[in-house]
Design a protein around this ligand. Structure first.
Ligand code: ARG
Length: 566
């Protein structure tokens, strides 16, 4: 939080010299290693050198300018070429708290992203298959990044690039034609369609002609066969319902749901461009682009003329560049697609465009259960939606034990259950594999989402039906370490958010919130917040309220709701 003051001093002095002497001087403002010299120190060599005046004159002239640049400077002194300042920490603390209370949910906002457009591609399930763990991770990480970037002033556009095209739809259609029962599917679309898909894979093990049939069926789709397209449209609608359930639960919406199918009529143009630029090569009837020694070639067209994942991604990329004019595009996709995105970037460069470095693969690891890859597909029974519902029901049980008389238990349990899952993910560095432990994540203590909600609720109950006036607070208390530490943390909220935006790392906010909540709970154990002395009470309430604002806003940036009771 000293940072702000340092900046103010630098700006004020530089502006002063520019205005008075028409000189641009770079002013250095530092924090001396030796604290006995003060909190902030400003060497004046550069000024002396530029203005060619004696040091004492320079110092004398600068002192009042510096003093006026901030209202929290307690004293100034001079040693040699340095002007040293002592900051009024108590006043600074009060200012920080006041700033939070006034800004409220806007606290921590910044404009580092002003005039920059970011496209985010996340969630993107393959909708003929069931919603996988990887897609859930992508959904949660992408949603949080979207919120974080918006908070930093970026203009964002979120795309759910549905996997609604490709041979898996050929498989679905073949399976449906062979074994499907329309009435049954209408009754329970998600499960029936999944069952058909599973059956296809099982039968294809013994009967390789099925795969061939599926490829043909997909080819028919690509050639816009009306019957097949109609079937595809219907299967797509029905399968989307499963994803929609999950998005509803998480409270997530997208700016666009243009998936792979949307690009069916936009690929020819790209293939043509590759051809014209002499990049396309024949390879046993298929079309490929060589990408260099360090990378396998990109397969652009199958020998039967069918398109591929990367062909569609390439068409999508150019469509987005031309229509959304992004400065950055983020693909929130698992580690296993690293090569795919490296190929995509290389293709762009090979085609002669210069925006490959605007393309970022925001990669993430797997979920592990007991050290092994967690899969919802094993046996085809565990549905992700059911996992989310399980979290909610566990939360419901815990709430019932803790607060049996709570009025809107269902609603609170939903928020808490979701917090458990979302926070359980986002607290981890995304690129690493993460242990998935449902029971642990729902607990109200430890490094969990519910713990943060609980801390916020604790503050809400302290403040319930109370009024306070920060103008009448006792600022001396802010000097105590357990107060000052909290204020320091609150003051670094904005920096933390900006860093999370730069590194595409929601985990930075998650861990920041854990640390803040821990410090608050320590504070709570040391201090009687509802103090007897009115001024101390005002200080405590104001600080507590500011912390609740920060926790709630931090949770929002992760895609988690706060609650008022639990
Ligand atoms: N549907 C793909 C999959 O599940 C993920 C799509 C990611 N986004 C992209 N533009 N490739 O593997």
């Amino acid at each position: 939080m000293i940072e702000q003051i340092k900046n103010d001093i630098k700006k004020t002095l530089e502006a002063y010299y520019l205005k008075t002497y028409n000189k641009e001087i770079d002013i250095v403002v530092e924090e001396p290693k030796n604290a006995s010299l003060g909190d902030i120190s400003i060497p004046m060599f550069s000024v002396v050198k530029t203005l060619r005046k004696p040091m004492p004159d320079i110092i004398e002239e600068a002192m009042p300018i510096i003093k006026a640049s901030s209202d929290v400077i307690l004293s100034l002194s001079n040693v040699g070429a340095f002007i040293n300042l002592i900051i009024d920490k108590k006043l600074l603390a009060k200012n920080v708290i006041k700033e939070v209370l006034i800004a409220d949910t806007n606290y921590g906002s910044s404009d580092i992203g002003a005039n920059q457009k970011v496209v985010l591609d996340y969630s993107s399930p393959n909708i003929a298959k069931s919603f996988s763990v990887g897609h859930l991770r992508s959904t949660m990480i992408g949603n949080s990044l979207n919120l974080i970037l918006k908070k930093c002033g970026y203009d964002t556009f979120s795309i759910n690039y549905l996997g609604d095209w490709g041979t898996q739809f050929g498989k679905m259609i073949v399976a449906y034609k062979k074994w499907g029962n329309l009435a049954k599917i209408k009754e329970d679309p998600i499960n029936e369609l999944t069952a058909l898909y599973v059956r296809f894979h099982e039968e294809a093990k013994d009967d390789p002609t099925l795969d061939e049939e599926a490829r043909k069926a997909f080819k028919k789709m690509e050639n816009r066969d009306p019957e097949y397209l109609e079937l595809w449209r219907w299967i797509r609608e029905e399968s989307l319902k499963e994803s929609a359930q999950i998005y509803d639960l998480l409270g997530i919406k997208f700016d666009s749901y243009n998936g792979e199918a949307f690009y069916n009529d936009k690929m020819d143009q790209i293939v043509e461009e590759l051809e014209n630029k002499g990049l396309l090569k024949d390879d046993q009837g298929a079309k490929i682009v060589d990408l260099g020694e360090d990378m396998p070639p990109a397969l652009i067209k199958r020998s039967d003329g069918g398109s591929l994942y990367i062909t569609r991604d390439l068409a999508a990329l150019f469509y987005r560049k031309n229509n959304y004019h992004f400065d950055r595009i983020l693909y929130v996709v698992g580690n296993e697609q690293k090569l795919h995105f490296n190929q995509l970037k290389r293709l762009v460069t090979k085609m002669g465009y210069d925006f490959a470095d605007q393309i970022e693969h925001v990669n993430f690891g797997l979920y592990l259960t007991n050290g092994k890859k967690m899969s919802t597909r094993q046996g085809g029974v565990v549905k992700l939606y059911d996992v989310l519902m399980k979290a909610i029901s566990l939360a419901y049980d815990l709430i019932t034990i803790k607060s049996p008389n709570l009025a809107n238990k269902e609603e609170i349990a939903k928020a808490v259950g979701i917090a458990a899952i979302v926070f359980g993910d986002l607290k981890n560095s995304r690129w690493l594999d993460a242990e998935f432990d449902l029971e642990q994540s729902v607990k109200f203590e430890g490094q969990t989402g519910p713990y943060l909600q609980y801390t916020s609720v604790r503050i809400a109950s302290i403040l319930k039906d109370r009024t306070f006036d920060i103008a009448k607070c006792d600022i001396d208390v802010f000097e105590k370490p357990h107060y000052f530490d909290l204020v320091r943390q609150i003051a670094s909220f904005k920096d933390t958010i900006e860093k999370a935006a730069m590194e595409c790392a929601p985990s930075l906010i998650a861990r920041y919130l854990l640390s803040l909540a821990q410090s608050f709970n320590k504070f709570y154990s040391l201090e009687k917040i509802n103090a007897l002395n009115e001024n101390v009470r005002n200080s405590n309430f104001a600080l507590a309220k500011a912390i609740r604002i920060v926790i709630n806003e931090g949770l929002r940036l992760l895609g988690i709701s706060y609650v008022d009771e639990m």
